[in-house]
Write a new protein. Structure first.
Length: 224
């Protein structure tokens, strides 16, 4: 067996130079800040580029994303009565409707409207729901066609979420054809006094809705 000679080694003393240490921290901090700034700049540039592609002036996207305007003024005395639904964007509360859909409005003494919606089901029966519509005032536009509709029970109608938007976006002079939608562009209806609207008139309404940013390609023709 070989024996190993042990040597004692004196511990070395580590000396910190405050100036060097501070300089190192400063360098790291500067690098971190510069890197963060460059990353933020790259992200901002990419987002701006993406937005430019999605909403460039060539495709008219800024106009389609502008806040929707309603018809003003609307004479509710002329608007009440029976309307036939011609087309709609798909929605959960009309999933069962397989035939004709109508909406009948009656003016009440307090200025609200009674709303009676009917639709024919696949088995030939008729489903109906009764609600209330109220005027949602628009500053500087008296009589604007902005309403709110509720089909909730009376005791729930004090809650804001019990009401849905009903905006009259287009209405002919004779009150025969109306385009109704919501400001988030999720809901859309084409209504007419006649049970069947001719294809050219219906297409003109849909083309106008498309110009407002509605997804017209998803439209369902009512009762057809």
């Amino acid at each position: 067996m070989f024996s190993r000679r042990q040597q004692s080694v004196a511990p070395q003393r580590v000396v910190f130079d405050d100036r060097v240490h501070s300089a190192s921290i400063g360098t790291l901090a500067t690098a971190f800040c510069v890197g963060g700034a460059l990353t933020l700049l790259a992200f901002t540039t990419a987002r701006a580029s993406r937005n430019a592609r999605l909403a460039g002036p060539a495709d008219g996207a800024p106009l389609m994303r502008a806040p929707l305007q309603v018809v003003a003024p609307v004479d509710l005395q002329r608007y009440v009565g029976l309307w036939h639904e011609q087309a709609r964007l798909p929605n959960r509360f009309e999933k069962r409707c397989a035939g004709d859909v109508t909406a009948e409005y009656t003016l009440l003494e307090d200025g609200k409207l009674q709303v009676l919606n009917r639709c024919m089901l696949s088995d030939g029966s008729v489903d109906e729901s009764i609600g209330i519509a109220r005027i949602a005032p628009v500053t500087g536009q008296p009589g604007a066609g902005r309403l709110e509709v509720s089909f909730a029970p009376d005791w729930m109608r004090w809650l804001p979420f019990a009401w849905g938007d009903y905006w009259i976006l287009k209405l002919d002079r004779d009150y025969q054809v109306a385009l109704v939608g919501t400001p988030d562009r999720k809901y859309l209806w084409v209504l007419s006094r006649a049970p069947r609207l001719d294809d050219a008139t219906l297409q003109a309404e849909l083309d106008y809705a498309r110009s407002l940013g509605f997804e017209v390609d998803r439209i369902e023709r009512s009762g057809r």
